[in-house]
Design a protein around this ligand. Structure first.
Ligand SMILES: [Zn+2]
Length: 769
């Protein structure tokens, strides 16, 4: 009787427990999903402030108006539109009450032959502060790539800086000067920034550099890169940024990449600073989709929130000492920046290792853990990472094998990413179902956390900026697991609460970073993204086991089905946003012979080109217009002669001493073509080249090797022309050929349809001296 009573009591307690448990499982699952979703959503950029807000505030609504001029047309170096943007910036700076200047500089981009130089024009101005400390430098580049309107890259940053200037002017003056630098020719090799650092006197007055960029058109603006010894900078950044999105892992990664923004130049010059960019919407980057309509005004507001707040803050600080030991930092929900000195990385690693060992010893002693079970957990994660990464990679490849190459837009497909994440959930929960009898939750948990421990140690030593990603999730998971192992069984609801809370740091830190890596690296890196995802699911092992294992194959089954549906929908989606690259057409007129040709690539020729090629076609080189070595074969067809003025030359001075002939000449393009070539068609050794009295450092000319044919290419050829001096040793008269190259085709011949910037017009004229 007593026994029966006890049995009945046990059964009723068990049933009650089960009934209570069902909603708890659901609540825990919901809690985890909600935390993960929120951790991503909370990184959205801030809301746009309307043009009606107080003038001291930054309004994206006000800033975006600048884009109607800046992003009206593509404006690469050497185009007419480029000078339109330059003049607009000068005007806006004047209107704001500053004294703008244009820094013109000549930069060697390719040592000869043929020698290649670029004439760049930075636009800059200085907002005076009340004292004479170091200045704050704000940078954005104003050129675009030829086929893009450059609205986000980097027009929105330029607009943000103009609006920042307006807001600064309508509030109290700062202590420090603020230099606004709109660099030229970033897209051609960071040339404007190079010229500024090398030649401009203001480059020596700077305390902090803030560079604003774009590698897409939308999403949060991330402070993705800093200069070395960033401890002090990060403290100020944490203090002053209203919506900080940043983590030190990206600092470590960017340090390793051959990364190409103006910031590189400032970093190499030893300055202190921060680099910002939005990275979502890759299909807009450097394409014709980067236009005024596609600009995400929230990203623009985010740019402005950094620019204005940080300028105000740095503008009132002493910028004499800006370097301090590197910091480890990460943001929470895009609202708060956690940061500490990298000094703490190793002690923290020791602390977490000690905790891990203590848990291991205690667990083994109390017989809650077995070495075999832990080894099984360790191995199962490894196999799971390998299998799931490989599987997602194969599925990704299979989709594009069927559809024929992924369009850029598809590489950022959320649906497909979600499909692979759900697949990882399926494999992970399947592993736990398989292992349910072979190994306990505790064993599996410790086995998984051993991987986290190894990665923590490795990052602490080799990538200290990335160590936080392992320190904090591991620490809290150890606390959760430790509680489960050591706590008395009876308080199961408290156990669950603690388990749930201990998962939060992992979710909040890891999920947004996996998401950011997906946006930044795209699905072409799917094996890495999924490896991290599986590793992350390892942290949630006790939770997943609690939620799913009693239902055996239900969760893996449902997850596989969901992954397949997402994959099919994502794979079949219409990624219409792919740019059709127009075929490239050249019009080349030799004014010496009076003959003109159309030329295009023989393979890829669209209807537009075919319509122009009315005469019989032949294969041939554009030898009259190109440097002999760089010319290649085109489809050619004779073309009508357009009435265009040929490039001009006037000799200013011509004298010979000791067999060396020094010629000073003025060359110009009356039709204001932005690219200019000077070729030497007679035998001569060019000893020295000077452009506007500046000696061009040309290794080719100085070497004792047999001289190759000399040639000079000038990008961003000035509208007013320039002065060229050559010192040559020659036994025969010089034959110089000038060629100018402009964007687009001659209007009367090409019709009135808008022309892509892939077309070019060449004019050649020879001179004998
Ligand atoms: Zn850019």
């Amino acid at each position: 009787m007593v026994w029966a009573n006890a049995a009945a009591k046990t059964i009723s307690r068990k049933t009650a427990y089960l009934i209570r448990e069902e909603p708890v499982r659901a609540i825990l699952a919901l809690f985890l999903i909600l935390s993960a979703t929120l951790s991503i959503r909370e990184h959205d950029p801030p809301a746009v402030l309307s043009a009606a807000v107080s003038p001291e505030l930054f309004s994206a609504d006000r800033a975006v108006r600048h884009l109607s001029v800046i992003a009206e047309k593509p404006h690469p170096l050497g185009s007419i539109e480029h000078s339109v943007v330059r003049d607009y910036l000068v005007r806006e700076l004047s209107n704001a009450g500053l004294e703008p200047q244009i820094q013109q500089a000549t930069v060697v981009t390719e040592k000869g032959p043929p020698l290649e130089i670029s004439t760049v024009e930075n636009v800059l101005a200085r907002l005076k502060g009340t004292s004479s400390g170091k200045a704050v430098l704000l940078v954005a580049h104003y050129d675009s790539v030829p086929n893009s309107f450059g609205a986000s890259d980097d027009g929105s940053s330029v607009a943000a800086l103009l609006e920042t200037l307006r807001a600064l002017k309508s509030s109290l003056p700062l202590k420090n000067d603020v230099v606004f630098l709109f660099t030229d020719a970033e897209e051609s090799g960071l040339l404007g920034a190079r010229a500024f650092v090398a030649e401009h006197p203001w480059a020596k007055d700077l305390g902090v550099v803030l560079n604003f960029e774009a590698r897409g058109n939308s999403g949060p603006v991330i402070m993705f890169e800093t200069t070395d010894e960033n401890g002090w900078l990060i403290k100020q950044f944490a203090h002053a940024s209203p919506f900080p999105v940043a983590h030190s892992l990206s600092y470590e990664i960017y340090k390793l990449l051959p990364n190409q923004t103006d910031f590189n130049v400032f970093r190499k010059a030893g300055m202190a600073g921060l680099n910002f960019a939005q990275i979502d919407g890759l299909s807009h980057y450097h394409t014709s989709f980067d236009n005024r309509q596609s600009v995400d005004e929230e990203s623009l507001q985010h740019h402005g929130s950094y620019a204005l707040a940080l300028t105000r803050y740095f503008g009132n600080l002493d910028l004499g000492q800006t370097k301090e030991r590197n910091a480890v930092y990460f943001d929470l929900f895009g609202n708060l920046l956690v940061h500490y000195s990298s000094f703490w990385v190793i002690p923290l690693t020791f602390f977490v290792c000690t905790l891990f060992v203590a848990l291991l010893v205690l667990g083994l002693r109390r017989q809650k853990l077995t070495i075999r079970g832990i080894a099984l957990g360790f191995l199962s994660l490894f196999v799971n990472v390998l299998v799931t990464s490989l599987l997602s990679w194969l599925l990704w490849k299979a989709v594009w094998l069927i559809r024929g190459g992924p369009p850029i837009e598809a590489t950022q497909s959320r649906l497909l990413m979600l499909s692979f994440v759900v697949l990882a959930l399926a494999t992970t929960s399947a592993v736990y179902v398989l292992m349910r009898k072979r190994s306990t939750s505790f064993d599996l948990g410790v086995g998984v956390l051993l991987w986290w421990l190894i990665l923590m140690v490795v990052t602490s030593i080799f990538l200290p900026g990335g160590s936080f990603l392992f320190h904090w999730p591991l620490l809290f998971s150890l606390i959760g697991l430790g509680w489960m192992i050591l706590a008395p069984q009876s308080k199961s609801s408290l156990n669950l609460l603690i388990l749930g809370l201990c998962a939060v740091p992992g979710i909040v830190l890891v999920v947004p970073i996996i998401y950011q890596m997906f946006v930044g690296l795209t699905l072409t890196w799917i094996p890495l993204l999924i490896a991290l995802t599986v590793l992350f699911f390892g942290l949630l092992m006790p939770h997943l086991r609690f939620i799913a294992v009693p239902f055996r194959w239900v969760l893996p089954g449902v997850a596989v089905a969901a992954a397949i549906v997402l994959l099919v929908v994502g794979g079949l989606s219409n990624y219409g946003n792919t740019e059709q690259q127009p075929s490239r057409i050249y019009y080349a007129l030799n004014t010496d012979t009076g003959k003109a040709v159309w030329a295009s690539d023989p393979v890829s020729r669209d209807e537009r080109a075919s319509a122009l090629f009315t005469e019989s076609e032949q294969k041939g080189m554009l030898a009259d217009f190109a440097y002999a070595r760089t010319s290649r074969e085109y489809s050619l067809s004779s073309a009508p002669v357009a009435s265009l003025p040929a490039p001009e030359m006037s000799v200013l001075e011509d004298k010979s001493t000791d067999g060396v002939r020094a010629i000073r000449m003025r060359i110009s393009s009356p039709r204001q073509a932005g690219i200019f070539f000077v070729y030497l068609d007679s035998k001569a050794d060019v000893l020295k080249t000077l452009v506007n009295n500046k000696l061009i450092d040309d290794e080719g000319a100085a070497s004792s090797e047999p001289k190759k044919q000399w040639g000079l290419r000038i990008n961003g050829f000035p509208q007013q022309g320039l002065e060229l001096q050559l010192q040559v040793r020659a036994s025969e008269p010089l034959k110089i050929r000038l060629v100018d190259q402009s964007y687009g085709l001659p209007p009367p011949l090409a019709g009135t349809a808008p022309q892509p910037n892939s077309d070019f017009t060449f004019l050649a004229k020879s001179f004998s001296l």
